[in-house]
Design a binder for this molecule. Structure first.
Ligand code: AMP
Length: 213
């Protein structure tokens, strides 16, 4: 199964993708995580990408496309994958279409005021990248990841001064993908604010019906 998670920052793409990994045994490919890893490693690519990430803008296509290409060529992606945060522009979607047939696009719809609240309360594990929310999905031990005990931190771009440009970037450059995938007949839009348990039941139901078809 090849799935694309679509939706604005904070909609829950990563949270849903991380839950799907265990059940469906297919890897999550998050371009945000790949880029942050490159930034932490201090590679040239990471230094170049950081300027755009800090400003809430998209990293240029050539950088991101190369990262994704290399990741999808790895063995664990042969049976399928969940793309999280990619594609983010119609040009990136054309690249995906050229090397893989996407079975399903899950589009999470969440109002801006909820997104802003969620992003400000989001904490991420430095080690395993698990996602928490201080209000809705808090860790059992403050500041520590339930899964691996790693340190939880607030991403630099999860501050209001970067959240607002990120939402504008989403509307300008990524929102056209809703129409793109709707026209392809593989888009399912869900209310991303219905609560994670109900949302996962809906997502599982959709995946089951796509698998059966
Ligand atoms: P995310 O973790 O998906 O919210 O991504 C964090 C940041 O990484 C974004 O604000 C962009 O600057 C950059 N980024 C992630 N995915 C992409 C992509 N597909 N194309 C361009 N930039 C990206």
């Amino acid at each position: 199964m090849r799935i694309v998670m679509l939706g604005p920052p904070g909609a829950g793409k990563g949270t849903v993708a991380q839950k799907l990994i265990d059940d469906h045994r297919i890897p999550q490919v998050s371009t945000g995580d790949l880029l942050r890893a490159a930034v932490e490693e201090g590679t040239e690519l990471g230094r170049e990408a950081k300027r755009f990430m800090d400003a809430g803008e998209l990293v240029p296509d050539d950088i991101v496309i190369e990262l994704v290409r290399a990741r999808l060529a790895q063995d664990d992606c042969a049976r399928g994958f969940i793309l999280d945060g990619f594609p983010r522009t119609p040009a990136q979607a054309d690249v995906v279409a050229a090397f893989a047939r996407i079975d399903l696009v899950i589009n999470l719809d969440v109002p801006d005021e909820v997104l802003i609240e969620r992003l400000e309360a989001r904490r991420t594990c430095r080690s395993c990248r698990a996602i928490y929310n201080l209000k809705n999905i808090p860790p059992k031990v403050e500041g520590r990841c339930d899964r691996c005990g790693g340190e939880l931190y607030q991403r630099g771009d999860d501050r209001r001064e970067v959240i607002v440009p990120r939402l504008e970037t989403y509307r300008r450059q990524t929102l056209p993908l809703v129409e793109y995938y709707s026209a392809a007949g593989i888009l399912k839009t869900l209310d991303g604010d219905m609560g994670i348990e109900r949302l996962m039941r809906e997502v599982d139901g959709i995946i089951a019906s796509v698998e059966a078809s």
